[in-house]
Design a binder for this molecule. Structure first.
Ligand code: PGA
Length: 250
């Protein structure tokens, strides 16, 4: 049985106090009897306190990014070892904002994936087409290339540490969502693409999350699709009530 996951990507939001407040609200309100894994990804400086805060809860903590090198002269960067040393075992890699604003290429993301896997971290691997790709009917090609160039070099055994997050760029933070059928169509394609290269068992086991303007109002229908195993939530993860409603949509 593959895992159901709802992850909140907080991006560059929430100072220390706001992080504490949101975590307290989540602790008080997330369902305790659920088979859905719940993950939050605060900013780097709030990760250590989030790990402490959530120690006796079922909520896990992820980082939003990390550097590919073990250590060195990389001013402003954070390594896998640093994350692990504070108890963060999951990292989001390849988010479209990292790709578009910080010029992260598939090759760079592939390096980061290797480093994270070497440190036995779980990777939430993000990818997805831009609007022009969909308009030009290139969305399947783009997604396949991102998977191949960023991820498909890994060994079969590493797949137990991989979560896929399909996030069409045109739906991120825009209020525009892929329709449940568009999401299902792409998720099915992604699973089939994984199956062709790594086989049926891995394809059936890997969780594929949808991301892009998921809200309480549309979560249920998107999550009801057979190949959608959860969501990576941006804006709606910043309000406890919305995030909890999305979790409850499962
Ligand atoms: P959004 O962001 O839910 O605000 O569209 C999703 C994401 O960037 O992961």
């Amino acid at each position: 049985m593959r895992k159901k996951i709802v992850a909140g990507n907080w991006k560059m939001h929430n100072n220390v106090e706001q992080t504490d407040d949101l975590l307290n609200e989540l602790i008080a309100n997330v369902p305790t009897e659920t088979d859905t894994q719940i993950i939050v990804a605060p900013t780097f400086i709030n990760l250590a306190s989030a790990v402490d805060h959530l120690e006796f809860t079922s909520i896990d903590v992820a980082a939003q990014n990390m550097h590919q090198a073990e250590s060195g002269a990389f001013t402003g960067e954070i390594s896998a070892d640093m994350l692990k040393s504070i108890g963060v075992n999951t990292v989001i890699l390849g988010h479209s904002e990292r790709r578009a604003i910080f010029n992260e290429t598939d090759a760079l993301i592939a390096n980061k994936v290797d480093t994270a896997l070497k440190h036995e971290m779980t990777v939430i691997f993000c990818f997805g087409e831009e609007l022009k790709d969909r308009q030009n009917k290139q969305h399947f090609n783009v997604v396949e290339n991102q998977l191949r160039d960023g991820l498909f070099h890994i060994e079969k055994a590493s797949w137990s540490n991989i979560v896929l997050a399909y996030e069409p760029v045109w739906a991120i933070g825009t209020g525009e969502t892929a329709s449940p059928d568009q999401a299902q169509e792409m998720h099915e394609f992604i699973r089939e693409t994984v199956r062709k290269v790594f086989g049926k068992d891995i394809a059936e086991e890997v969780s594929i999350l949808y991301g892009g303007s998921v809200k309480p109002e549309n979560a249920k229908e998107i999550f009801s699709k057979p190949d959608v195993d959860g969501g990576l939530i941006g804006g709606a993860a910043l309000k406890a009530a919305d995030f909890v409603a999305i979790i409850n949509a499962f």
